[in-house]
Design a protein around this ligand. Structure first.
Ligand code: JCF
Length: 672
């Protein structure tokens, strides 16, 4: 048994290493991520059943548990060089001239050109093919021991592909691809945490963590480009061959590295990469040219910390200073207010930037951006331009902190911000032109006023032509108007008109739901309708009274009160009535003696017409109790799609099962 397990573990490790190689080195994965995850899971399970099978190079051992107290030091066997910079074509020409003079040669020389990644330089030592140590550059002579951290990076193989020399030190760059960087920052922003200013800082901050588990959770990757110490193998004669060799050993190198001829080749590469810069999946700050012939490299040697045989040709900086002319709030389709800085136009990494989102009011306050401030603006690669920071000593004395407006800049409705949420929203709904289309789509939807044939496209056209501003305007539409819409024949126009006419006979819960009051879903609409019985009674209730409705908390009550406090909304409701839309009053339900009082429900699986919370609200609004687990006392179990063990348990106990249709009928049968 153990022998079998050992064989399987070895096989899994080999497969995983092969997939890492396909993914990181060849950039040509063979299997989907889910299948890779499955292999890892199987290996983990095997190893936890047979701990004696764990090997140090197992992919499960990338993350070691306990954080150390500080980073140790590693003395580099071969100095880790940095690069001199060239900022212009002339600088590159001068570099090439110096190389020619020192070597005493004429004619074009071959160079290897590659992107210069904006990350953190590391050296990784393999002994007998096994990852043994990893270190940062430090001062070039001594670096920090980041072995546990580098081990967590999947692009860095735990074991080299044979034949590997007894000792090989590979040099490269650890970096964070832009997609991962943006995702990480988005998540940090949502949690209200600090964000990294750029991928470089994010990579450095992620790698230099005393707890390698944090490093493991960060989307880091690596490219290798150089050689440190080497024993037991002849070093390749050319830089281009070195890159090939590293790849064969399983170390990822840049796919964009090219051998080019002479200065002209270098500059051609520079221009080509410059054009592609903003579409690369990672941030680069220039290109590196290296003399291809390694014997020539050796002849040239280095000065202070930089080789004479290589140079970094930098791109124009991707940061610039400008002035914030204004800070405005834009209103999105869901009413979300987004602060936007209007800037004096500034040229950054190839484009003119004059508007930059500040995401939300917390972000504005965190960066403390004010109108009139001088700010650092950055545009890195494909990253959307951003305000990095304010230049504090250029602030005018009278600059005031930005405040969230109390009224929507588009429609003047109240702006509401829920405690603990980053987003502030306009409460205007369809009275706000920014939200109109979305609000009308909701009004017409099946579970609201149910206007068949009034789809997204139709609404878009009606709103664009300014024929419909509020739901009430729908009831003034004429046959010729409808027939003029795109994709609309005489016949379907007539059908749509009939559907609009038919929707006039509606119910209070449908109307309440259709008004699109924030957080008022179907179930809440139903509870409100049953509690108040008429729209008038709800409209004249204050927040405290509204909170007495089962499952309506202070937040929802505030949204409802804000909605009916709007003059615009009152006008629309009156207009709906005037156009003949009717909804009969309901018998107000005496509290807690609903039609389902005394019954206990369990909800399981997914319902297609409402969320579980809504289903729960609908039940409690009728006096029922909703519990999490099935027992003999359960009156009914409501089983949605993919219901699992709870359904099985209910069947075992003989508890009656309601499918979604039956559940809706039960809810509907008492006047809802
Ligand atoms: O991508 C880089 N940041 C990068 C750095 C690429 C290289 O080829 C380098 C480097 C630093 C030193 N080569 C050397 C020698």
């Amino acid at each position: 048994m153990t022998e079998e397990a050992a064989a399987r573990a070895a096989e899994l490790r080999a497969q995983i290493a092969q997939h890492d190689y396909r993914y990181y080195v060849l950039d040509d994965p063979l299997i989907p991520d889910a299948e890779y995850d499955r292999l890892m899971l199987e290996l983990r399970a095997l190893e936890s059943a047979h701990p004696e099978l764990i090997t140090p190079d197992s992919p499960t051992q990338r993350v070691s548990g306990t954080p150390g107290g500080s980073f140790g030091e590693i003395v580099h066997k071969v100095a880790m060089l940095s690069l001199d910079n060239a900022f212009s074509e002339e600088d590159v020409q001068a570099f090439d001239r110096r190389v020619h003079e020192r070597l005493g040669v004429t004619g074009d020389l071959d160079y290897v050109a590659e992107p210069k990644l904006d990350g953190l330089a590391v050296t990784v030592i393999y002994r007998d093919g096994l990852l043994a140590q990893a270190a940062t550059r430090g001062d070039g002579l001594t670096g920090e021991d980041v072995t546990p951290n580098v081990r967590t990076i999947r692009a860095v193989p735990q074991r080299l592909r044979p034949p590997a020399p007894p000792l090989l030190e590979a040099r490269g760059e650890i970096f964070m691809p832009l997609a991962g960087f943006e995702r990480m920052n988005r998540e940090a922003r949502e949690r209200g945490e600090k964000v990294f200013v750029n991928p470089r800082n994010a990579a450095a901050g992620s790698l230099r963590q005393l707890d390698a588990r944090i490093t493991a959770s960060r989307p880091l990757t690596a490219f290798f480009y150089g050689l440190g110490a080497l024993e037991g193998a002849a070093p390749p004669a050319r830089q281009s061959e070195l890159l090939e060799w590293l790849r064969r050993l399983g170390l990822p190198t840049s796919r964009d590295a090219r051998t080019v001829r002479g200065v002209a080749g270098c500059l051609g590469y520079y221009r080509e990469l410059g054009e592609r810069r903003s579409s690369l999946p990672y941030q680069i700050d220039g290109v590196v040219y290296k003399l291809d012939d390694r014997a020539d490299q050796e002849r040239l040697g280095f000065v202070s910390r930089a080789p004479r045989w290589a140079i970094a040709h930098k791109f124009a900086p991707d940061e610039a200073l400008t002035v914030v002319r204004d800070i405005e709030f834009q209103v999105g389709r869901t009413g979300a207010l987004t602060p936007v800085a209007r800037l004096a136009p500034v040229f950054v990494s190839g484009v003119t930037v004059s508007n930059v989102t500040l995401h939300n009011i917390d972000e504005v306050h965190r960066k403390d951006v004010r109108v009139g401030d001088t700010v650092v603006v950055r545009r890195a690669g494909d990253v959307i331009p951003e305000v990095v920071s304010v230049v504090p000593d250029r602030r005018r004395e009278d600059a005031r902190p930005v405040q969230l407006p109390e009224r929507c800049p588009v429609c003047g409705s109240r702006v509401l911000r829920v405690e603990g949420e980053a987003v502030a929203r306009c409460t205007g709904g369809f009275t706000c032109s920014a939200q109109r289309q979305e609000a009308l789509r909701h009004f017409a939807s099946r579970r609201a006023l149910d206007i068949e044939g009034l789809g997204e496209r139709m609404i878009e056209q009606l709103v664009e032509r300014d024929q419909v501003k509020s739901p009430a305007d729908l009831y003034a539409l004429t046959l010729p108007q409808l027939a003029q819409l795109e994709r609309m024949g005489e016949k379907s126009a007539a059908n749509l008109l009939a559907a609009i006419e038919k929707s006039k006979q509606t119910t209070l819960p449908r109307l309440l739901y259709g008004l699109g009051i924030r957080d008022v879903g179907e179930a809440t609409a139903l509870a409100l309708a049953r509690h108040f019985g008429s729209l008038e009674r709800l409209m004249s209730a204050d927040e405290r009274t509204i909170q007495q409705v089962p499952d309506v908390g202070p937040v929802v009550a505030a949204h409802i009160a804000a909605f009916f406090a709007s003059e615009e909304h009152l006008r629309v409701i009156k207009a709906l009535r005037d156009k003949g839309v009717t909804w009969p009053d309901l018998e107000p339900a005496p509290r807690s003696t609903g039609s389902l009082t005394g019954r206990t429900f369990v909800i399981t699986g997914t319902l297609s017409s409402m969320t579980r919370e809504q289903a729960q609200e609908a039940l409690t609004a009728r006096g029922a109790k909703v519990t999490a687990s099935v027992s003999k006392k359960t009156s009914y179990i409501v089983a949605g799609g993919e219901a699992g063990s709870k359904l099985a348990r209910a069947e075992e106990l003989g508890v009656p099962v309601l499918d979604e249709q039956q559940f809706l009928e039960l809810l509907g049968s008492d006047g809802g």
